[in-house]
Design a protein around this ligand. Sequence first.
Ligand SMILES: *[C@@H]1O[C@H](CO)[C@@H](O)[C@H](O)[C@H]1NC(C)=O
Ligand SMILES: *[C@@H]1O[C@H](CO)[C@@H](O)[C@H](O)[C@H]1NC(C)=O
Ligand SMILES: *[C@@H]1O[C@H](CO)[C@@H](O)[C@H](O)[C@H]1NC(C)=O
Ligand SMILES: *[C@@H]1O[C@H](CO)[C@@H](O)[C@H](O)[C@H]1NC(C)=O
Length: 361
Amino acid sequence: MGPLTLFTALVLSLCCHFQCASAWTVNNFLMTGPKAFLTYASSVQVGARSGIQECKHQFRWERWNCPESTLQLSTHNGLRSATRETSFVHAISAAGVMYTLTKNCSMGDFDNCGCDDSRIGQTGGSGWIWGGCSDNVALGEKISKQFVDALEDGHDSRAAVNLHNNEAGRLAVKATMRKACKCHGVSGSCSIQTCWMQLAEFREVGNYLKMKHEQAKKLEMDKKPARAGNSADTRGAIAHAFRGIPQTELVYLEDSPDYCVKNQSVGFQGTEGRECLKGDKNMSQWEKKSCRRLCYECGLRVVEKRVEVVSSCNCKFYWCCTVKCEKCTQVVTKYYCTRYTTGRKPHNQTKRRHRLRRGRL
Ligand SMILES: *[C@@H]1O[C@H](CO)[C@@H](O)[C@H](O)[C@H]1NC(C)=O
Ligand SMILES: *[C@@H]1O[C@H](CO)[C@@H](O)[C@H](O)[C@H]1NC(C)=O
Ligand SMILES: *[C@@H]1O[C@H](CO)[C@@H](O)[C@H](O)[C@H]1NC(C)=O
Ligand SMILES: *[C@@H]1O[C@H](CO)[C@@H](O)[C@H](O)[C@H]1NC(C)=O
């Protein structure tokens, strides 16, 4: 595979994630030269993918659940929406790329980067000095900018919003970094500690950006003049709209469509058929609300499905050395959103129980 083929593959796959329009410049990537490109390309791809995986996790019990189809379809129509959800996709992808590259540096995967040793040996605070391997975000940040921001070829408000959200994603990686320390001193007295800055788990970056998604700010733009006017006017209008919005906050331009219903033009299937959770298990607030948000509030009802799960159980240890287990069949109840069948009243036990539950909500 020649450099350009691999290059094109990455570009296309990133394109899917970032909803970029079909026409965009390959030249942006080549500025650093094909060799530098190839060094980082696979890590960039891994990073972008981990961003999308995290997106799917964070939105698992939401109406919009980060489906591949909403990320891809827009590529084909050249339709690029800038909703609250797209803002999250941009931020988490830029963060994923920066995060992966930074981990790569700490692991010694690249020749030209490693731990941040600039402060090693210096006093950090009372009772501790800098030591260990501080994660060095500089290269990851730079490569994330070069690769991810290069996907924006326009100079309109949409491009400005996407770039802003990419940057918010990278800031999230820095904002969630933590100081980790190790004790030293006679017999673990911890009279002196060495500390270093390390990346949080990527899950934590996801949680942080999910919160930013909830607080995302809508950018008020005059749409008409920006399109027809000269570029100085456009830049002025964009700068004006961004005034007072901190770089850490996610921004969007358009209200989200109704994610309850199937919408062909945004490639969204609606919530019919989606699984939701019930029961008094140890659930997060999102899980607890899932049936209400996905089914009831979307005018759907919940059906129970009983699924048999076979697992090992009653294991006994026999001297020596075998473990024998029985096979147990467990019936697990799962819940799914389904449409009301018009004209027929729910009349059987299962259905009545659901109605009672619904009444409680
Ligand atoms: C960077 O890290 C990712 C994830 O850990 C890994 O898949 C990838 O191979 C690494 N890149 C290099 C060049 O080692
Ligand atoms: C589909 O989404 C588009 C874009 O948000 C919106 O304009 C349109 O009204 C939606 N269609 C339906 C059927 O909800
Ligand atoms: C519920 O989850 C929390 C946090 O995940 C945990 O600390 C707590 O022990 C759990 N409680 C039960 C009853 O499992
Ligand atoms: C009662 O309703 C449930 C849920 O729709 C369905 O799965 C079940 O087959 C029905 N039972 C009878 C006896 O109709």
